[in-house]
Write a protein of this length. Structure first.
Length: 121
C-alpha cells in the first residue's frame, strides 16, 4: 500500500461519520480523496478536478441535500435546547422551593425561640 493509499484511507475514515455536522456527498468525498494523493502522477490535475462529476453536478440537487440536512440538524438542536430549558426550569423550581422551605423553617424556629423566651420571663 503506497503513501497515497494510506492518505486516501485517512480521508475516507475522516468522512465516515454519518453524523458529521457537514455531511459530505459521496462525490465530494471522492474528489477530495483524489486531490489529496501524494503521488503527483496519480493525483488529479486541476483540469481533471474541474471535470469531476461533483464540480459539474446539479447545484439545485446539492443545495436541496444540504438544506434538508441543515433543517434536520436544526430540529435536533432545538429539541435538545428545549429539553435543557426544561431541566433548568425544574432545577430552579426545586432550588426555590428548598430555599422557601428553609426560610419558613428558620422563621418558625425564630418564632418558637421568641415564644420560649417570652414564657420564661
Amino acid at each position: 500500500m503506497g503513501a497515497g493509499s494510506a492518505e486516501a484511507a485517512d480521508v475516507e475514515e475522516a468522512y465516515a461519520d454519518e453524523d458529521c455536522c457537514c455531511q459530505v456527498l459521496d462525490d465530494a468525498k471522492d474528489l477530495i480523496k483524489k486531490l489529496l494523493v501524494v503521488d503527483p502522477d496519480t493525483r488529479l490535475t486541476a483540469e481533471e478536478a474541474l471535470k469531476h462529476r461533483w464540480v459539474n453536478a446539479d447545484k439545485n440537487e446539492q443545495a436541496e441535500h444540504y438544506l434538508t440536512y441543515s433543517l434536520d440538524g436544526l430540529k435536533e438542536f432545538n429539541q435538545g435546547r428545549n429539553r435543557l430549558k426544561g431541566a433548568i426550569k425544574a432545577i430552579r423550581y426545586t432550588v426555590r422551593e428548598s430555599v422557601n422551605r428553609a426560610n419558613s423553617n428558620v422563621a418558625q424556629d425564630a418564632d418558637a425561640a421568641a415564644a420560649a423566651v417570652a414564657q420564661s420571663e
